[in-house]
Design a binder for this molecule. Structure first.
Ligand SMILES: Nc1ncnc2c1ncn2[C@@H]1O[C@H](COP(=O)(O)OP(=O)(O)OP(=O)(O)O)[C@@H](O)[C@H]1O
Length: 605
């Protein structure tokens, strides 16, 4: 299934997709669903917020009492009580405020913790085709900055709306009770505020989506260029890359400026409408006081309540930003979460019994993107305990065969069996656990040498780790490091030479001790010494197992039990080295190309 959101386009000038109100509703549902384990905390926060709203009533009432009762009655005794009442209320407001914000923050953090982990788990389970379509930087920004946006929503926006509604209704009802005419007059500005808010919210929301997309572009660029910094330096392209980065940063800056401009217009309009409400209360209220219908204290209290009533609207403009930002982020997160992996396990998939390694491809047809057929009616048998080598020109489909065995992709036609079980019928874990893949693209993780060797068997003992390192001819160079097995290797093993990295990856595979080995041979040429050590390590790795060797150089596979020559997705020839040479076909031509000096004579090495 093609993910319509999957690909991000650099320099995308198209207007951002509009976020629907439904997205916001779903987001709220989802965030509440995520905090459902923490209802008690949420309830506590709600109680504190309601207490806060109720306490807001107290100070204006005390003010009204002072002006209307205490001052005319010259009641000195009551003043310390009023002072105490105001200060006490302020202290309580502070306490409830503290409790509500800390509880909300902890609910928010937990909801985000769950969501981020779910997202990461989902990403881990998506298939390779998904990673072919999507860029790493973009996915990274979804797990980091987009999830962070939602955090804002959970801890600031979500409950604030509930309490604002509560405060608003309580105060409005009270004011109606005291003076309905004044209240109606005051509320006349609110429809205008709502209309303005709605009008701006749409624009702000879509401009936030542009901001998020531009963050993803920046992140993509960073990921590509920082991990490929060697290439950039070797081409002396630092300035060129800096310029390309500046272009992406500029898109981000412009998108941010647009949102700032929108808010800069929106907020003063709301303030103006607020003042309009105040003018109405002041003028109409004063007129009522002059006519003797209202007391001065009531007007003062009314003005204080007006501020409280307007607070939710003012908050709303701030929360609006958070909501818009989070909705944009939420949409990008759900795009990932709703993507179903194409390579899935059947509900009744069985674990593969201890593998012998009898692999059969039957009428397999495969293409990566549906346009170019990489394998066509492909039939291959790999015998257990034997070394089968795949050779052929670049792009013939050799690595694809290995990808299909590991079930990184599923074929569109035909089927593949392992010891008689169709791959689709067995669990992915049991298949991959019994395979060792040693690839030309060696990935070592940041950590110590020991951590990297142990990756295939996390519970390995020290003795097992060292035995594997010895078998891979890696022990000697490891102990020559000042901290030996505890030596930290940099990101992707940059502190090691190419040959050392290969030997570590062989040690990792030897320790895992799989029955089936897929060896995607390195094309990089190494010095003779290193080459010899690696070949020696490999022969130990392959001994007694079922092996599929994807060979780029023919020198290393001449002793294979069977050599299969691939050409444009089909098998052109197969047999032993000598049989194939005698056939005088494609293998012979490949061989003569690589060893022009021994025309006709098999190379004994
Ligand atoms: N992830 C992918 N998405 C799309 N097309 C791909 C992908 N991987 C490989 N291909 C295409 O499939 C074809 C076979 O590729 P494959 O890597 O299997 O060839 P190969 O024989 O291993 O080549 P080489 O010897 O150069 O590694 C090539 O045309 C390649 O461009």
């Amino acid at each position: 299934m093609e993910n319509r959101w999957g690909r991000t386009r650099p320099h995308d000038d198209r207007p951002p997709t509009k976020i629907k109100d439904k997205t916001i509703r779903n987001m709220y549902k989802r965030m509440f669903f995520h905090v459902k384990g923490h209802w008690s905390l949420l309830l506590l926060a709600l109680v504190c917020l309601i207490a806060n709203s109720l306490l807001e009533f107290v100070i204006p009432q005390l003010t009204r009492y002072t002006i209307d009762v205490a001052i005319p009655a010259k009641d000195y005794q009551v003043l310390p009580w009023i002072a105490g009442g105001v200060l006490g209320t302020a202290v309580l407001l502070g306490l409830f405020g503290y409790w509500s914000s800390t509880t909300l923050a902890s609910v928010g953090q937990r909801a985000i913790f769950d969501l981020r982990n779910e997202l990461y788990r989902h990403l881990q389970n998506l298939d390779m085709a998904y990673y072919d379509r999507n860029r790493t930087g973009d996915l990274m920004s979804r797990v980091t900055s987009d999830v962070g946006m939602l955090q804002q929503l959970v801890s600031n926006g979500m409950m604030q709306i509930a309490t604002d509604l509560f405060t608003f209704t309580a105060i409005a009802l009270y004011m109606f009770y005291v003076d309905w005419q004044l209240t109606l007059l005051m509320l006349a500005t609110f429809p205008l505020m709502l209309f303005t808010t709605r009008m701006f919210s749409k624009r702000i929301r879509s401009s936030f989506k542009t901001v998020q997309q531009s963050v993803a572009e920046v992140s993509n660029h960073l990921q590509d260029t920082l991990s490929g910094i060697r290439v950039i330096k070797s081409f002396a392209n630092e300035d060129y890359e800096s310029e390309r980065f500046a272009v992406r940063s500029e898109t981000n800056m412009r998108a941010n400026l647009r949102t700032v401009r929108l808010r800069a217009v929106y907020e003063p309009i709301i303030d103006l409408l607020n003042y309009l409400g105040m003018v109405a209360v002041l003028v109409f209220g004063a007129w009522q006081v002059i006519r003797g219908n209202l007391t001065v204290g009531t007007i003062v209290a009314f003005l204080a309540y007006l501020r409280l009533l307007q607070n939710p609207i003012r908050h709303f403009s701030r929360i609006l930003n958070t909501i818009q930002q989070s909705a944009a982020a939420y949409e990008r997160i759900t795009e990932v979460l709703e993507t179903k992996p194409q390579v899935t396990e059947k509900p009744d998939a069985i674990p593969l019994p201890p593998v012998r390694g009898h692999i059969r491809f039957r009428g397999v047809g495969f293409s990566y993107r549906g346009d170019v057929q990489v394998l066509k009616d492909f039939n291959l048998e790999i015998n257990p305990g034997k070394v089968t080598a795949l050779v052929g020109p670049s792009g013939a489909g050799k690595s694809t065969v290995a990808h299909l065995i590991a079930r990184f992709y599923d074929p569109q036609q035909g089927f593949i069996t392992m010891d008689g079980h169709e791959l689709k019928d067995i669990t992915l874990k049991s298949l991959r656990e019994q395979m060792g893949v040693v690839s030309q693209d060696i990935v070592l993780f940041n950590g110590t040498v020991r951590d990297n060797i142990r990756y295939g068997k996390p519970d390995a003992t020290e003795a097992e780790i060292m035995a594997a390192a010895r078998a891979a001819n890696a022990h000697d160079f490891i102990v020559s490091f000042p901290s030996g097995y505890d030596a930290e290797i940099g990101e992707r093993g940059v502190k090691l030479s190419g040959g050392q990295k290969q030997r570590l990856s062989i040690a990792r595979a030897i320790l895992k001790n799989p029955r089936l080995i897929v060896l995607d041979e390195a094309t990089a040429s190494l010095d003779t010494e290193s080459e010899h050590l690696i070949q020696d390590a490999l022969s130990r790795l392959l001994a007694g197992r079922t092996c599929l060797v994807i060979a780029h150089r023919l020198s290393t596979i001449q002793s294979a039990d069977r050599i299969v020559v691939l050409d444009r997705g089909t098998i052109a020839e197969s047999g032993t080295h000598d049989q194939l040479l005698a056939l005088n076909g494609k293998y012979r031509r490949l061989y003569d190309l690589q060893f022009p000096q021994d025309q006709g004579e098999p190379n004994p090495t």
